[in-house]
Design a protein around this ligand. Structure first.
Ligand code: SIN
Length: 308
């Protein structure tokens, strides 16, 4: 089934019955980022309240629900209302008894990492290296690091739409019809070459299961129809038919453009924050400024359509 149809169906099914009368949406960033106030997932979110969250997500691409106190099962149930969940192939970092959730953390128990330690070190959109990348991500903050009372480990989001729409007409014409290769193997190689890789290398079997894919450089959002830039520093290896210096220069120009602060919302985490973001509309980056101070989040990914 087309993912957008599945997501729409979720809106009208499986909802809790508690009413949530006082919901407010507060814009946080430049075109992206909004806090939805008045939603308590543990208490239950009725269809009307959930529709407000969905609407805010379509409008702002990144939605924050603060002060949530939820179990892994509640996070999973909430995320499932957005569509079909992906079960991560990195299931050695799954939350116990909750294979739809992955642990993102720098914490070690008996010297062994309890979660993915290097998630988000380079700008990316989740699962872009797959034929059907993730549509949404639902990330829940359980332990947020602080130093001298200041929260650390921010997550940055940049607007793919804002970046595309502000390109010159000649650049838009240049990009029309171009495709780029996204590669998980390239991503890990790049992280390793930057000294940022903190996980075991892929086995040959895993590599074979994750072949490179190509996607349009300008992607049409499956729900809103808006156009967004879809090349990421983390996973885009090359432009199809433009290898070498010309392609590298164009990719670097687009990556630099995407990092313009005019398009960026920076999220400062609080324990209990649940963020839902739209991977077709934003790219994200995690800030690793907390060293060994514990940070722990639970992440769910929602299946998306083939990018067009
Ligand atoms: C991710 O990129 O999936 C994780 C983001 C974060 O840890 O802030």
């Amino acid at each position: 089934m087309d993912a957008s149809i599945a997501q729409r169906q979720r809106v009208s099914s499986g909802a809790a019955t508690t009413s949530t009368p006082d919901i407010r949406v507060v814009q946080l960033g430049p075109g992206i980022g909004a806090e939805v106030k008045g939603v308590d997932i543990a208490a239950g979110v009725d269809e009307k309240a959930f529709a407000r969250v969905r609407h805010a997500l379509d409008a702002h691409s990144v939605v924050i629900l603060r002060d949530q106190d939820i179990t892994p099962a509640q996070q999973t149930a909430f995320a499932q209302r957005l569509g079909d969940l992906r079960v991560s192939f990195y299931n050695r970092y799954a939350v116990p008894n909750q294979p739809e959730l992955s642990v993102v953390s720098n914490i070690k128990q008996d010297g062994v990492a309890i979660g993915i330690e290097d998630a988000g070190m380079l700008w990316h959109t989740d699962g872009s290296y797959l034929k059907t990348p993730d549509m949404y991500t639902v990330l829940y903050g359980i332990e947020i690091p602080h130093r001298d009372g200041k929260p650390l480990g921010n997550t940055l989001f940049t607007s793919a739409w804002g970046a595309y729409e502000s390109l010159s007409d000649s650049m838009k014409a240049r990009l029309a019809g171009l495709r780029a290769v996204h590669s998980f193997v390239h991503h890990l190689d790049k992280k390793a070459s930057l000294g940022k890789l903190k996980r075991a290398p892929l086995t040959e079997k895993q590599k074979a299961e994750l072949p490179d894919v190509d996607h349009p450089i300008v992607r049409t959002h499956p729900l809103t129809g808006r156009l967004g830039l879809f090349v990421t520093e983390g996973h885009t290896k090359e432009i199809v038919g433009m290898p070498g210096e010309e392609g590298d220069a164009l990719l670097n120009e687009l990556w630099t453009h995407l990092k313009n602060p005019a398009f960026i919302y920076t999220h400062t985490w609080r324990k209990g924050d649940l963020i839902v973001w739209d991977n077709c509309a934003v790219h994200h980056l995690a800030v690793f400024d907390y060293g060994d101070i514990p940070r722990r989040l639970h992440r769910a990914g929602l299946l998306g359509p083939v990018p067009v």
